[in-house]
Design a protein around this ligand. Structure first.
Ligand code: BTN
Length: 267
């Protein structure tokens, strides 16, 4: 039984037709985990799972994603690609642009994108994206796009160890933002993105490059236990990040962690 604000407002904003592929929950362990089960049960492309809170919200690199009730959006979106010739990393980057579009249209300010998939405002993370490639029981393939947005939390609501790193849209903009309106806009943007992905990506690449706050900055590239100082040169056409190390060698990075000095807790 769902008794949160989504069930009252989303049908009015999205229409009953779209709601037939949207599943609302009060509290789950992880919407990505539920999405995987639904994928195995044959859920169609464009299926959305939203929860008011998560007890085991998952982030990249085996981290957790804090998901308290009433203050954030925890949403998973299922894509069933025709083939796997297209890399999952482009979905992650496209999703960052789609999520930035949604935030801008609802709160009037556009967040920056920290390569590869965090949205930031005033150097604090307000949104994280976790895309997972999954194999359904019938051997078909699916991509689960998981998005977590900190919408209305106050800075003091974050545990002390996260306050330097993360914040919410309301805390950073000083504006009151409707969680349901933003969730509806996010779904609209994901539907538009799905209509374009993977073929017509020029616009997403242009916006990604324009908004990527990692570019032109000193960074630390972490790979396992190895941390190296570098400078972020460019976002390549496949959304990999071109970096130059202190020994002047360059490398294109597709996965892993790139920390930007002065941002999200790295000083
Ligand atoms: C990150 O910042 O490392 C990614 C965070 C992704 C969190 C979202 S919340 C909805 C979906 N379900 C999960 O368990 N994780 C993603």
């Amino acid at each position: 039984m769902v008794s949160n604000d989504y069930s009252d407002v989303l049908p009015a904003l999205l229409g009953d037709g779209r709601m037939s592929r949207i599943h609302l929950f009060d509290c789950v362990d992880s919407t990505n985990r539920i999405a995987k089960d639904m994928l195995s049960d044959g859920a169609p492309d464009g299926t959305v799972i939203i929860a008011d809170s998560q007890t085991n919200g998952r982030g990249r690199l085996s981290r957790s994603f804090l998901s308290p009730a009433d203050s954030g959006i925890y949403l998973s979106y299922i894509i069933r690609p025709d083939s796997m010739t297209d890399s999952i990393s482009s979905v992650t980057a496209w999703t960052a642009v789609a999520a930035a579009n949604a935030v801008e249209s609802v709160c009037g300010l556009r967040p920056g994108i920290k390569w590869v998939n965090d949205l930031v405002m005033n150097n604090k993370k307000i949104c994280g994206i976790l895309c997972e490639l999954c194999h359904a029981a019938d051997k078909s393939i699916g991509i689960i796009i998981g998005i977590g947005v900190n919408v209305t939390a106050k800075d003091e609501d974050f545990p002390p160890e996260l306050r330097r790193i993360a914040s919410s849209i309301s805390a950073q903009t000083g504006r009151s933002v409707s969680r349901t309106e933003l969730a509806a806009q996010l779904i609209k943007e994901l539907d538009i993105m799905r209509g374009h992905w993977p073929d017509s990506g020029r616009k997403y690449l242009e916006l990604y490059r324009r908004d990527c706050i990692t570019l032109g900055k000193d960074v630390i590239v972490t790979s396992g236990d190895n941390r190296k100082k570098a400078f972020a040169l460019a976002v390549n056409d496949d959304f990999s990040l071109s970096v130059r190390f202190e020994d002047m060698t360059t490398q294109d990075i597709s996965f892993g962690e790139v920390s930007v000095r002065g941002m999200c807790g790295y000083s």
